[in-house]
Design a protein around this ligand. Structure first.
Ligand SMILES: *[C@@H]1O[C@H](CO)[C@@H](O)[C@H](O)[C@H]1NC(C)=O
Ligand SMILES: *[C@@H]1O[C@H](CO)[C@@H](O)[C@H](O)[C@H]1NC(C)=O
Ligand SMILES: *[C@@H]1O[C@H](CO)[C@@H](O)[C@H](O)[C@H]1NC(C)=O
Ligand SMILES: *[C@@H]1O[C@H](CO)[C@@H](O)[C@H](O)[C@H]1NC(C)=O
Ligand SMILES: *[C@@H]1O[C@H](CO)[C@@H](O)[C@H](O)[C@H]1NC(C)=O
Length: 277
């Protein structure tokens, strides 16, 4: 089960694509119920699942179909409502990053959504991220039997929004890029919040249940060419030709094409899974 934001969904889609082609069409199915998407492979009694929880903890962005909340508010100490859906699986793969990135501070609800609370405090992003991962790590320690479940945490998936970051003054976001950044001596800064990387790396080391931190950030930073760009889906539909002609507005330089980079992330995951036994 993959748990997290749309980048983890991107990786789940990659995993489904990687395994589905060997399964005859009558022996597999895809279903979606609320926050949970399930790919089922009947003959192996196996499922590959994705659970939408972009902040892992409870937030006002938890509706899996309503994705345009700009005023994002979280409850950093509240995780059980989601966590109850993550139990008794064989492999749990977490992430949380992109939803943190559109403001420098994070809004913390005073009280709970269930009680109709609307007031909030604002705290800086790394402090809020640390609180959320502390809640998450306590949940893992309390609820995961490491003999039953293997736990992974994906590091942040980078964006390629500013072509000057790789010194292309003619670029439009990632839209015109057809090759990776090949010059590895060029200092690479595409705006990834490395503070969150350090926090996640640290938390996944200090937790009791073994959690494997999958470091995909740097290698993905080189892949300015690998985003969906204007070949993306918006509100369930491919972009219209006039939208494709306006990459400055419409190019998606967050998500990744498939086949593509997330397949490599899954190869890391797979090699970790098979090397344990
Ligand atoms: C399929 O998996 C479920 C859940 O792990 C288990 O209860 C059931 O016995 C399995 N069925 C078969 C045919 O292996
Ligand atoms: C996991 O399995 C080992 C070996 O069978 C056992 O010693 C240990 O107590 C188990 N741990 C848990 C948390 O059940
Ligand atoms: C690679 O980047 C370094 C540092 O920015 C620069 O000095 C060098 O000329 C670049 N090499 C190529 C082949 O562009
Ligand atoms: C790393 O985690 C430990 C244990 O949770 C904590 O005490 C320490 O402050 C953390 N360090 C950083 C740099 O986050
Ligand atoms: C993550 O991987 C990159 C190379 O892809 C490496 O340079 C970096 O040190 C790694 N970071 C950690 C914390 O392992």
């Amino acid at each position: 089960m993959f748990v997290g934001d749309s980048l983890n969904r991107n990786q789940w889609e990659s995993m489904v694509c990687l395994v589905q082609s060997v399964v005859p069409s009558a022996r597999k199915s895809l279903s979606k119920t609320g926050s949970l998407s399930i790919f089922t492979i009947q003959d192996y009694n196996a499922t590959v699942e994705f659970y939408w929880a972009p902040f892992l903890v409870e937030s006002n962005s938890d509706d899996p179909n309503m994705h345009s909340i700009l005023n994002r508010i979280i409850m950093p100490e509240s995780i059980d409502k989601h966590g109850n859906n993550w139990k008794n699986v064989d492999y749990l793969i977490f992430n949380t990053y992109i939803w943190w990135m559109n403001t420098f501070s994070m809004k913390i609800l005073r009280g709970s959504f269930d009680e109709g609370a609307t007031e909030y405090d604002e705290i800086d992003r790394p402090t809020a991220y640390k609180r959320v991962l502390a809640t998450w790590s306590q949940w893992v320690d309390k609820n995961i039997d490491p003999n039953r479940t293997q736990v992974f945490f994906m590091s942040m998936s980078p964006l390629h929004i500013k072509s000057l970051d790789w010194e292309n003054s003619d670029g439009i976001k990632c839209a015109k890029e057809t090759s990776p950044i090949l010059n590895t001596s060029m200092p690479l800064n595409v705006g990834t919040d490395k503070r969150l990387f350090v926090i996640a790396a640290n938390v996944t080391r200090s937790i009791n249940v073994p959690v494997y931190f999958l470091n995909i950030t740097t290698l993905s930073e080189y892949r300015k060419d690998a985003h969906t760009s204007v070949h993306t889906i918006r509100q369930g539909k491919m972009l219209m030709p006039e939208q494709q002609a306006d990459p400055a507005t419409y190019a998606d330089c967050i998500h990744w094409c498939l086949p593509g980079l997330p397949d490599t992330w899954n190869e890391f995951l797979y090699s970790r899974i098979i090397s344990r036994s």
